[in-house]
Design a protein around this ligand. Structure first.
Ligand code: IMP
Ligand code: MG
Length: 176
């Protein structure tokens, strides 16, 4: 069994996303941007973020797999679904739910850079800096967190808990 302990409430998430959107609005101004959501974990974050943007935007999704149903990355990233858009010459922001070792994003950024976008930025709601295994420059960070395994607000544990409105820390309890 697992127990979930609240880390960020619905209100805290909402407020932080407004701040992040304001930052993006200021930086892109009149320039168009394509938000690229990394499925599935980012789907709720991207939906809330995009509704706070007043810059011209477009949305696309990409899907990669590295975890299966485990809580540790295997380090091997596989492309499951590619983008629908041609991103060459476009401003793109890759939208992640959480950056852990950074291996997934490193793979994605390398892949997307080959397509020669005009600019590429990274935006993540959660950042587990202490777990990083590769160097990554993240442009927009919602919250830095310690080494917790988190769920909720789109983020899952073995496909569960995505629909929680808050973000919580999973505590695994041994069955007696
Ligand atoms: P990374 O490649 O190790 O940075 O892992 C990135 C991906 O692993 C994220 O996009 C998440 O989908 C998943 N992930 C990492 N940490 C967590 C967590 O605490 N809870 C749920 N999924 C996680
Ligand atoms: Mg993810």
């Amino acid at each position: 069994m697992e127990k979930i302990e609240i880390l960020f409430s619905k209100k805290e998430i909402e407020d932080r996303i407004c701040e992040m959107a304001n930052q993006i609005n200021q930086e892109y101004n009149n320039d168009e941007v394509i938000l690229i959501g990394v499925l599935k974990g980012s789907f709720i974050f991207i939906a809330d973020l995009i509704r706070k943007l007043n810059v011209k935007n477009n949305v696309d999704f990409i899907s990669v797999s590295s975890y299966g149903d485990k809580t540790e990355t295997s380090g091997v990233v596989r492309l499951i679904k590619d983008l629908d858009h041609d991103i060459s010459g476009k401003n793109i922001i890759v939208i992640e739910d959480i950056v852990d070792t950074g291996l997934t994003l490193k793979y994605l950024v390398d892949l997307l850079e080959q397509r020669e976008p005009k600019s590429i930025k990274i935006c993540t709601l959660l950042n587990k800096v202490c777990r990083r295994r590769v160097e990554l420059n993240i442009d927009y960070i919602g919250f830095d967190i310690d080494d917790y395994f988190v769920v909720g607000y789109g983020i899952d544990y073995a496909q569960k808990y995505r629909s929680l409105e808050y973000i919580g820390n999973v505590i695994i309890q041994e069955d007696k």
